[in-house]
Design a protein around this ligand. Structure first.
Ligand SMILES: Cc1cc2nc3c(=O)[nH]c(=O)nc-3n(C[C@H](O)[C@H](O)[C@H](O)COP(=O)(O)O)c2cc1C
Length: 396
């Protein structure tokens, strides 16, 4: 048996297992976060403080879908609607995107003061051309002065509430324009509680393999906890990443799409025990039903069924399921229809082991990063008006 991996500290939060559900636009709403957290809690790997010695640690951090600071400050309805939390979410964790220190500061104050949010993560990892073309997302850390100003604005606004601020970023624009080591130093000096690194450049998008050596280099470079991110498909990968890089915790995205039980495995392996949950199709079907049930509580039956459709192929990946049944599930519109279709699945079909360890979700191919004119010639950026980099963005 391996030794247990220590809990992660993010400001006032003790996080055990040291695992973060990656913010994923269109995925990590309250229902999905609850589904994943329930799985981690089901592992039953209680830390010492659950035996009465102080506050219970959080069984992972489950970050809300990204919201834009401008949308929040300007009272945009759809932005505010995304700030829904399950009563069981002891740590309300939200990812904020912004390019202007004033808006990011004000949005952070609103999150902490009006929504009782207790962890704010700032997104500097988005590689989408419509964002980078305007200087936002993964290319913003090139402007060291502006990055510093944004981080400080958030940290200052969160301080009276005792709320930790973290940053999430990529390695840089491309291999010739790396920013992560500077960003780590700036985040530490600005008072951030941790930094998460997705080991790819913006130019890579989701292609190739995440560079775990870069995560190790960041660990060696900064004095705040580093969270490693990229290509954790199984719980064993998370342990390997920690051993390889020395990171204090891991951020898991695509690996849990259609597999929320990955969080149970993560809790078990970080407690030092071997584990791979291999649910038969009947158990997968019960998790699917729970997922939709949670969505219904938040958004009503009609929207919940529509929202669930994109998850169907992820849940069924690798299982032998007839095409007409897959297609019908991916078009489901009522709970009654869902129940009837789930009943048609072969409950005894074992988990397809061949699907283990394989990439899922976005992959894509590398492409040159579109930048604003003259972007690379200045490293400061303070006072730049990047407002257009905040219009119509939705994660990534
Ligand atoms: C559907 C989807 C939506 C995403 N949305 C966001 C986002 O809003 N904010 C963010 O920082 N990263 C976002 N990401 C990136 C993930 O948080 C994560 O960094 C990336 O997927 C690499 O981790 P993984 O290999 O574990 O998936 C998104 C990824 C996916 C697949």
């Amino acid at each position: 048996m391996r030794a247990a991996t220590p809990a992660l500290t993010v400001g006032r939060h003790r996080v055990d297992p040291p695992v973060v559900l990656a913010p994923m636009a269109g995925v990590t709403n309250a229902a999905f976060r609850t589904l994943c957290r329930e799985q981690a809690e089901a592992a039953g790997t209680a830390g010492p403080s659950r035996n009465g010695k102080g506050a219970a640690p959080a069984a992972g951090l489950y970050v809300c879908e990204m919201i834009t600071s401008r949308g929040l400050v300007e009272g945009d309805e759809s932005t505010r609607r995304m700030l829904a939390f399950d009563p069981g979410e002891a740590v309300r964790s939200v990812q904020l995107y912004g390019v202007d220190p004033r808006y990011v500061g004000e949005a952070t104050r609103i999150l902490c003061g009006e929504y009782d949010v207790s962890h704010v993560d700032l997104n500097f990892g988005c590689p989408v051309p419509k964002v980078t073309r305007k200087g936002g997302g993964a290319v913003l850390p090139w402007k060291r002065g502006l990055l510093d100003a944004i981080l400080r604005a958030a940290v200052e606004a969160a301080r009276p509430y005792g709320v930790p601020v973290t940053m999430k970023t990529r390695k840089g624009i491309d291999d010739d324009h790396l920013t992560y080591l500077d960003a780590g130093r700036i985040a530490e000096q600005a008072g951030c509680a941790a930094i998460a690194l997705h080991g790819r450049t913006a130019a890579q998008h989701y292609s190739g393999e995440a560079d775990w050596d870069a995560i190790g280099a960041l660990v060696a470079h900064v004095g705040i906890p580093v969270l490693g991110n990229g290509d954790i498909w199984e719980a064993a990968d998370a342990v390997r990443m920690v051993e390889h890089s020395g990171c204090a915790g891991v951020v898991v995205g695509r690996g849990c799409l259609g597999r929320p039980w990955l969080f149970r495995d993560l809790a078990t392996v970080f407690a030092g025990e071997p584990a791979t949950v291999l649910p038969a199709l009947g158990e997968v079907s019960r998790v699917m039903r729970r997922h939709v049930g949670l969505l219904v509580e938040d958004m009503g039956e009609d929207r919940a069924c529509r929202e669930f459709r994109k998850h169907v192929s992820w849940y069924l990946k690798g299982f032998a399921v007839r095409q007409h049944l897959r297609s019908a599930l991916a078009l489901v519109s009522t709970l009654a229809e869902l129940d009837a279709l789930l009943a048609e699945l072969d409950a005894d079909q074992p988990f397809p082991q061949a699907a283990l360890g394989l990439p899922r979700g976005r992959q894509g191919s590398p492409r040159p990063v579109t930048l604003p004119a003259g972007w690379l010639s200045d490293r400061d950026g303070v006072g730049a008006d990047l407002a257009a980099a905040e219009v119509g963005i939705s994660g990534g």
